[in-house]
Design a protein around this ligand. Structure first.
Ligand code: SME
Length: 169
């Protein structure tokens, strides 16, 4: 049983603890889907004010829905479309204070108001994106960006293994 007790009002400390927990959860496990599933659950439980937390995977140049927590979501997102597609196409973090003002935003859950999407890159390849949604406008700030980028950097290799194995046949 995993029982991480993550509770602090200090955002930097919160991300430090969440990143340690994500590292511990994925250490030694080669299956990327299993790792994404546990990290999505960890983030959804640990970060306050989210209505969706999960992954889209780069499958042949298209984003395909991966493990997540929250309401059922759109399955395929072309690179360049919406917030996730923008992150995939540019490989740059997208921190959107008001998704309804974002051109091409894909409304999977009408309750979503702000969104943070972090590209996952390993060995020069885009593995997919981490997507966090909130029903509050401007839920995500620089501390969230820094925290999520560091978390993704720490575990990127463990989110890549299934895709690599599939590509290598
Ligand atoms: N709103 C996203 C789509 C994914 S869902 O939020 C889970 C976007 O515009 O990329």
């Amino acid at each position: 049983m995993y029982n991480f007790k993550i509770a602090t009002d200090d955002k930097a400390e919160l991300y430090r603890q969440v990143t340690e927990a994500a590292d511990a959860l994925t250490r030694g496990e080669p299956d990327a889907i299993a790792n994404m599933a546990n990290v999505a659950a960890l983030l959804f439980e640990s970060l306050p004010g989210l209505n969706w937390a999960g992954f889209y995977r780069n499958v042949g140049g298209e984003l395909v829905l991966g493990p997540f927590q929250g309401r059922a979501a759109c399955i395929r997102i072309p690179f360049g479309k919406g917030v996730c597609g923008a992150a995939a196409a540019t490989r740059e973090v997208q921190c959107v204070a008001d998704v309804h003002a974002f051109p091409g935003h894909i409304a999977c859950d009408s309750a979503s108001a702000s969104e943070l999407v972090v590209p996952i890159v390993h060995d020069g390849a885009l593995i997919g994106v981490l997507d966090l949604d909130s029903p509050a406008k401007a839920r995500f700030d620089d501390a969230d960006v820094i925290g999520c980028v560091e978390l993704v950097r720490r575990i990127a290799a463990r989110l890549a293994s299934v895709e690599k194995a599939a590509i290598e046949g």
